[in-house]
Design a protein around this ligand. Sequence first.
Ligand code: ME8
Length: 529
Amino acid sequence: MKKKFYITTPIYYPSAEAHIGHAYCTTVCDILARYKRMRGVPTYFLTGTDEHGEKIQKKAQEKGVTPQQYVDEIADKFKQLWKAMRISNDDFIRTTEDRHTKVVQDIFTTLYNNDDIYLGKYEGWYCTPCESFWTDTQVGEEHLCPDCHRPVHRASEESYFFKTNKYLPQLLEYMDQNPKFILPLSRKNEMMNTFIKPGLNDLCVSRTSFDWGVQIRENPKHVIYVWMDALSNYITALGYGSDNQEKFKKFWEDPDCEIVHIVGADISRFHVIYWPMFLMGLNLRLPDRVFVHGLLDLNGEKMSKSRGNVINPVDLINRYGVDTVRWYLAREMTFGSDGKFTPELFVERINMDLANNYGNLINRTSSMIIKYFGGVVPELTAPLSEFDKKMKSLQDATVKLYESSMDDLKLTEGLACVMEYLNGANKYIEETTPWVLAKENRIDELKNVMCVLANAIVCASIMLKPALVESFDKVMKQFNVPEQLQNYENNVYSFCPLSGVQVTKESPLFPRLDKAIEVEFISSLSNKK
Ligand code: ME8
């Protein structure tokens, strides 16, 4: 395991407000960042907004505001959402900030002087009213603009191009030498077969048909076309090319920092093909991993604002609390595969994991400790029974699997194994039947059971802390866990360190959701335009 960790989300377009798909990716990154910090790894977590381009310029025009005003408002909403979702990003980069634009201009100059970029002509189908170029596939056989449906014509525009084939051999070599560069592995084949094998075109990196972008110093009628501008955020945010390069040295240049970009399948090719090539041109090291996550559908339909089927995560948080939403996003969809959001799946997942498993274990255990021992967690007193031993080995196995999964970015597996551990603890209650032990006055055995259960709850809560940020504090308070035992390393490797603490009765942490009522409520959110 490397000693430091740098993790990034894509920088999102502030062309519309954030939806649950954006929240998905950001939550996943947040959980991984919080996990690393919990393990004592110096971590830097970056997110932000990608604010240039024709689309944003047009949206601003439609609204009668300047592009800057337009993006200011939406970038603020993104920031508010991340705050509401308890996202622990260390920085929020906006591509309209000076710290970014100036360096992007320098990056362009360096690559140009390095003979990686040349001036050529961009050819395509042009729609005059929309001032947009389209590809063959976009205009179809009828040659109509996909936006306004008017006829398009062939046209060309002077543009700068990046020489992709110059760096292709080096990229292929890097991919071969670093088999975990693109994760999951299936995504690598997809990249090779769809984009690399058919032959790469040079990449157009400038436009003259609109001006909402970073101007090219050497030729100001051009703005840098959005991907070169956008991808550079991962290094400009760290201070690359600025007067203060401390963070850049620490989290990029140091080979002992693991650099991980998490991106959706829609933009993976920019991250695994062009971004490494730009970095090669700049003579900088490449990221360790690009993890490609799947896309989330809403009720089987692609989410889009125009279809009116997007769900605003804030509406869910207001009703169910932030941990519930974070949990659903991280747990329901296998990280790396496509998934869907449906109201039914949301309610089922929350009831299954949080209400019936985790929450129920807390309620049963705290009630029993209060009933049998006045709320004080007893010591292990009797020799360990078979069941106690089974719980001990389950804890050891869970901690191991949790760590290896999380370190390997297998987030869903990491969280699922903690749920299995909690299932095991609920089963342990059925196996040891504490009510019979109490009735038969087998107090020493009963003490063991209460101690093992309290231990399992606290140990699991610590492993779940990166995902369930608010509940963690509540559970620690309810079980009065001393500060030093809330620490990962101090707790999860020991068995039953908790005796003597005073447990209180609290209202259920995760009340069971009524399926019919909640499905109706959530469905009404996605119908809201
Ligand atoms: O592409 N399910 O920005 P973007 C899951 N600015 N994740 C989703 C999703 C869905 N339905 N919809 C969006 C851009 N995402 C560029 C990125 S990076 C240098 C520039 C997530 O606002 C997913 O991570 O369209 C996807 O890759 C990203 O949002 C795209 O956000």
